[in-house]
Write a protein that binds this ligand. Structure first.
Ligand code: ASP
Length: 342
């Protein structure tokens, strides 16, 4: 007899499983053990659905690399026993966690679908029910025994996106995530429509996990009038090794001598600086304007069309390995998991 499709659901916390505290009226996570009572439809899947609930449950604002590595280990330990994984996670930092996992899970050949919701499951108009049910269907989808989406994704409000291309851009709408620089992997309407050409093909290699991340990183968001002392404070952070610099438009920054000089000195000291655009969509193009030419000349790395979420987690991952400098430089300039267009 054929084994039923099996999906491991990892519940980390987040709005999807929250309830309103009667006194304070703030949302707090509740225990997810009675999920089948909340969503009786789950039984109709005829899949084997198993749950791994975090204890304590987490609001995703408290996420951190240790928990990302814990998630990686849970997936690794259960990899052979399940056809796919659904991770229920708060939407606030979901793009960071899911991007981090895309780097930490090398040779992933099974679906890892992140989802959550803007309204708790217990609320009548919840978006969580549909997000959850469809995420399970996506994690289970196969064609001739091969998973249709063998990568880390975010599914939210009818859209399946490559995780390391997403950002949360809306705190109020059900449609909370955007994949500004990469097409949707699938769309859920009457049918689940897969965009096969843009989905990773499985490589059938053995899963390799990475369990180290560096915290010697930071984000420097530029703004007109930025104070030199503030730039110094960032660049001279003790032990800092990598910085994601959010610039204007197509990767432009001030050409003022003091600014370029500070960046040059930091790069000479061995700090990696990745140039990422503040725009939701479009790419850094060093040399398109004079205002980015100097950045290229002093050795700032173009992040091309990478998101800040993917850039910072990639930096944490790459600097967490004991790679020599030239390899770090090469990895940062190239796409590792489809996170940027090269
Ligand atoms: N604060 C919540 C969290 O990110 C919001 C959500 O779940 O969407 O955990």
């Amino acid at each position: 007899m054929l084994e039923p499709t099996s999906i491991l659901i990892i519940y980390t916390g987040g709005t999807i499983g929250m309830i309103m505290h009667p006194d304070s009226k703030t949302l707090k996570p509740f225990n997810f053990d009675n999920i089948d009572k909340q969503i009786p439809e789950l039984k109709r899947f005829h899949y084997q659905l198993d749950f791994h609930c975090f204890d304590p449950l987490m609001d995703s604002s408290n996420m951190n690399p240790e928990v990302w590595i814990q998630l990686v280990r849970i997936i690794k330990d259960n990899y052979e026993n399940y056809d796919g994984f659904v991770v229920l996670h708060g939407s606030d930092t979901m793009a960071y966690t899911a991007s981090a996992l895309s780097f930490l899970l090398e040779n992933l050949n099974k679906p890892v679908i992140f989802t959550g919701s803007q309204l708790p499951l217990g609320v009548l108009r919840t978006d969580g029910r549909e997000n959850f049910i469809t995420a399970i269907e996506l994690a289970a989808a196969k064609e001739e025994e091969t998973p249709l989406v063998p990568e880390v994704c975010i599914y939210f409000e009818n859209q399946l996106m490559r995780a390391n291309r997403t950002m949360k851009y809306n705190a109020a709408n059900f449609n909370a995530f955007v994949s500004g620089n990469y097409p949707l992997l699938a769309e859920a309407g009457v049918y689940l429509k897969y965009n096969h050409e843009v989905i990773h093909k499985p490589n059938f290699k053995k899963l390799k996990i990475h369990t180290k991340m560096s915290d010697q990183v930071g984000i420097l968001k530029l703004f007109p009038g930025i104070n030199p002392h503030f730039v110094d404070a960032v660049l001279q952070t003790p032990k800092i090794r990598g910085i994601v610099m959010e610039t204007f438009g197509a990767g432009n920054a001030s050409t003022e001598a003091w600014f370029i000089k500070k960046l040059r000195k930091a790069i000479e000291k061995g700090i990696y600086i990745i140039n990422v655009s503040q725009c939701l969509s479009g790419s850094v193009e060093h040399g398109k304007y004079e205002t980015s030419l100097a950045l290229e000349e002093i050795g700032v790395i173009s992040g091309k069309d990478i998101s800040t979420e993917a850039a910072i987690t990639k930096l944490m991952y790459v600097l967490g390995q004991d790679y020599p400098n030239d390899l770090v430089d090469k990895l940062l300039r190239n796409s590792l998991r489809g996170e940027m267009t090269t």
